[in-house]
Write a protein that binds this ligand. Sequence first.
Ligand code: ATP
Ligand code: MG
Ligand code: MG
Ligand code: MG
Length: 470
Amino acid sequence: QPYGVNQLRKMFLEFFESKGHLAMKSFSLVPHNDKSLLLINSGMAPLKPYFTGQEIPPRKRVTTCQKCIRTGDIENVGKTARHGTFFEMLGNFSFGDYFKEEAIAWSWEFLTEVVGLDPDRLYPSVYLEDDEAFEIWNKKMGIPAERIFKFGKEDNFWEHGSGPCGPCSEIYYDRGEKYGCGREDCTVGCECDRYMEIWNNVFTQFDNDGKGHYEELEQKNIDTGMGLERLASVVQDVDSIFDVDTIKALRDHVCRLAKVEYGKDENTDVSIRVITDHIRSVTFMISDGIMPSNEGRGYVLRRLLRRACRHGRLLNIEGNFLPELALTVIEGSKDGYPELEEKKDFILNVIAKEEEQFNKTIDQGLGILSDMIKEMEEKGTKTLSGDETFRLYDTYGFPIDLTKEILEEKGMDVDEEGFHAAMEVQRQTARAARGVTNYMGADVTVYESIDPSITSTFVGYENLTCVSEI
Ligand code: ATP
Ligand code: MG
Ligand code: MG
Ligand code: MG
């Protein structure tokens, strides 16, 4: 019986506790005092103040399993074996304590001895200028030089916006030929899913001031991140992160609702995986107090939820189905995240309300959009006008990304500038009519009935442009 997701999370934290680390609870998905980030996207993100020395960490060695959202990966979701918009990142951190040698040795020990992965299937990579890390893998760990890959900045130099950054060393797992793309030169670093990146060890030596200026940090740090779902997928020897125990249970639930079998048709499977992924994001985001809205994080949430609804339509699922799935998310993850269970009713209520609201207009909207597409095909135009895109948004609740995505499937796009212009006109009109400044455009009022105290967390939204940056 291979280790389950919940078991692996515990094993990781306990292993690093045995190496002197303090195990801390996952931080909220909502960044605290960090304007550079819309949503937490790594284990390191909420620990930034400890890395920069702004705050004193409770211990110099910390380990976490951090909830993460990466909407930047949204187009990969359902298509690769390894990407979710939501995932859990296991990490061990050193704030000016141990450095490369210990980090590398422990990651190897955990993978090969604790979890029992076959060392012959594991391949490390290093930043091409990082001779120190190369030597450690080669001389200290005894990995033959030809098994250590050297990559450039885009892969092996870790950096997300401003703050601590540095060279990294990734660990890849060869899942076998059947997952390969079949190309002659397919090897570690290939975009296909044969050699799956499971762990990234970042050696934080520099601080980026956000303007491209790097300063050597006074104290060198270690920041590592391993996707729990990816680890589970190689440990359980399954096809993708959607086949590991807890996520498979959710995927099976989607299949039951859609009355389809998984693995029969690729398009159907993509929709199943998209829903499976998005409902995890949605459930966790709401448990952290994020509410659907038209701005910032709330917009990300709304977009994910409505995208899941639309894929539900593609699978011919009728009626509201998302709260039921959220319940399965909660069941599968409450072990690691008791807040899911505590906020269960609230989460289900928010999802039910948002889904009901969108369901009222989605079929009409989809019908109108398909008429628009037909008309465009007849006229030979490829771009939907800003006004029409805005009408779909304003009257039928279609986030612009959803409209864009549906059009892209037909090789078409939208006039984004025109859309934003139409939106601005409406904002001005509404503002003038009310005579007060709009609450950052967020239509939170619909949800105030659920729990008024929650709306008090609606402060400091970054503007919409951030959405595309994560
Ligand atoms: P990839 O190249 O596969 O997109 P990455 O290099 O962007 O991964 P990192 O930023 O290095 O990922 O994050 C550290 C670890 O987090 C990865 O090694 C992986 O195990 C996990 N991870 C990253 N993105 C995702 C995702 N979208 N879904 C699931 N796990 C992820
Ligand atoms: Mg990535
Ligand atoms: Mg990578
Ligand atoms: Mg990486």
